[in-house]
Ligand binder design. Sequence first.
Ligand SMILES: NC(=O)c1ccc[n+]([C@@H]2O[C@H](COP(=O)([O-])OP(=O)(O)OC[C@H]3O[C@@H](n4cnc5c(N)ncnc54)[C@H](OP(=O)(O)O)[C@@H]3O)[C@@H](O)[C@H]2O)c1
Length: 259
Amino acid sequence: MAWQPRGRVAVVTGASSGIGEATARRLAHAGMTVVAVARREERLHALAAEHPSIRPYAADVRDTAAIDALAGWVDRELGACHALVNNAGVGGGPFRGRDDLDDVLRTIDVNLAGTIRCTAAFADLLERSAPSRVVNVASVAGKLGIGPAGYAASKFGIVGLSESLGFAWASRGVTVAQLNPGFIETEGFPQEQIKRGPMGRLVGQPEDVAEAVLEVLLSGVPERTVPRWYRGFVAFRHLAAPAYRTVAARMARARGTRD
Ligand SMILES: NC(=O)c1ccc[n+]([C@@H]2O[C@H](COP(=O)([O-])OP(=O)(O)OC[C@H]3O[C@@H](n4cnc5c(N)ncnc54)[C@H](OP(=O)(O)O)[C@@H]3O)[C@@H](O)[C@H]2O)c1
């Protein structure tokens, strides 16, 4: 039978802005009870005021005890977790050397380790709630190696985690998907430079990604790139890696980046 959102429970991290906020809203409109997680509590309360089935919960994905407490609260209050959307993330700067180490490690801690912490905390509840889904918001940067190196590393990590867990957890009734957005205009990623250049029309909106999250929940597919037109770049990288590297290296030289 098809996976139905109505009456089911979703946990969305990074729900105080951008893609996570749009996703929490979309899933609530689809009939789910949504636990909206982030650090900025006032933003979560404003979101929850919009829809009676959005429940705000303040937590930092870098804090293992706080994330374990979140999973315990969801179990006690709602009794299930049918969908975990690991979306909380930060951009991070260039990786030139020792001075950038703290920033790179922080990016890995939020994006990759945060995803791992949440997935670990909810694993048992997801299995008890099966058929259930994990949707990990990675990035096209996790397929192409573009952008700051620490960010790309964190997203490649999420792609590998999703692929491996997808196989390992299928027998537990839990699907694990990687959702890879291209350039999306949000508070944390305003895309000002891209919007001014020839790639400007490729910039998508958080609602495009929210819709894709719902589609992944409904279909159970293991991978989705959004907006759709970025799929050609991902296919090019995988089917013609040497040609892709030549083009990407030229683009990096043109931008003058060293990271
Ligand atoms: N926008 C793009 O172009 C793009 C492209 C590909 C992938 N992505 C990915 O999409 C996800 C969402 O990004 P966005 O574009 O929507 O950016 P955003 O508007 O800056 O949202 C980031 C969210 O993550 C939360 N967050 C950050 N650090 C956190 C922490 N330590 N603990 C808990 N929550 C934390 C923020 O909430 P608080 O600050 O309130 O905690 C916020 O809700 C990220 O994983 C990003 O890498 C974005």
